[in-house]
Design a protein around this ligand. Structure first.
Ligand code: CUA
Length: 294
């Protein structure tokens, strides 16, 4: 009796915790309401199955408890029960998988008007690159990474000269415009994750992964690294600021292009490494750099 009661309490407690707990998602700041819906469908299916299985267990523990002289029925096979269980399981698993496939397809099918932004992860900081006036990102290669060219932009590619390089600082994006996020890593696996955008993806050294989203409200959002990437992993934070069009253009005007950043190096002022805090009021850069320059 006590065991059955504990099982019932586990179900009631889990359901109450789910509905009453204060730890729910942060308010969404992108177009990916679909992802929330998919998770809610998953919660419902797994929740109902969990409650049904545990309550059935409680019932069996109570109903078929030990009594003197009772004997268990011996029934090693039951075709009807097995087919029903198979059908129910198949329907449940399909319902769990199908919504995710639809969302995934939308997540990686980028609308043609999306602006490209490159995100570069490295131990243990985030950098960004935006196309310049030509609207095109120049090619890049990890082999071209140096202190003066931290993102490995290929200098011989004319498309890269006007690219805007934001090293270890905040990324700004205009609100309401779709962006295609191109993700690169120049050392180990990282994972770009902004909880409010409901978007994350692994960054794999040697390849470029991508997803797209539209920021739906202005604000400052924290970037987390969501893939264990070494000692500094828990400190690998970044910031995405979603601006109004006006604020975004102001910010963009203050950034340096790849050509400007590589200029001092050509004129020979040797120890003049690019000022990493140039990209306006950046509180996060110094901390990350301490970690990065270990
Ligand atoms: Cu980068 Cu964890």
């Amino acid at each position: 009796m006590a065991v059955a009661l504990v099982l019932v309490l586990i179900v009631v407690g889990s359901v109450l915790f789910h509905f009453l707990s204060p730890w729910w998602w942060t308010p969404i700041a992108s177009n990916w309401g679909y992802i929330d819906n998919t998770i809610i469908i998953t919660f419902w299916i797994t929740g109902v199955v969990f409650a049904a299985v545990v309550l059935f267990m409680a019932y069996c523990v109570f109903r078929f408890r030990h009594r003197e002289g009772n004997r268990a029925a011996y029934e090693p096979e039951n075709k009807r029960l097995e087919s029903w269980l198979t059908i129910f399981t198949a329907v449940g698993v399909t319902a769990l998988l199908i919504p995710g496939l639809f969302v995934w397809s939308q997540f990686v099918n980028v609308p043609s008007d999306a602006a490209e932004v490159e995100i570069v992860g490295q131990q243990w900081q985030w950098s960004f690159r935006l196309p310049g006036k030509d609207g095109k990102l120049g090619r890049s290669d990890t082999r071209d990474v140096t202190a003066e060219n931290p993102l490995g932009v290929i200098a011989s590619d004319p498309n890269g000269q006007d690219d805007i390089v934001v090293e270890a600082a905040d990324l700004h994006l205009p609100v309401g415009k779709p962006v295609k996020m191109l993700l690169r890593s120049i050392d180990v696996l990282h994972d770009f994750y902004v909880p409010e955008f409901r978007a994350k993806m692994d960054m794999v050294p040697g390849s470029v992964s991508y997803f797209w989203f539209t920021p739906t409200r202005t604000g400052t959002f924290q970037v987390l690294c969501s893939q264990l990437c070494g000692q500094g992993h828990p400190l690998m934070h970044g910031v995405v600021v979603v601006d109004t069009e006006q604020d975004y253009l102001t910010w963009l005007g203050q950034q340096q292009t790849f050509a400007q950043l590589s200029a001092p190096q050509k004129t020979g002022s040797a120890d003049q490494t690019p000022d990493k805090t140039m990209a306006s009021g950046l509180k996060i850069a110094p901390k990350l750099e301490t970690v990065g320059s270990r």
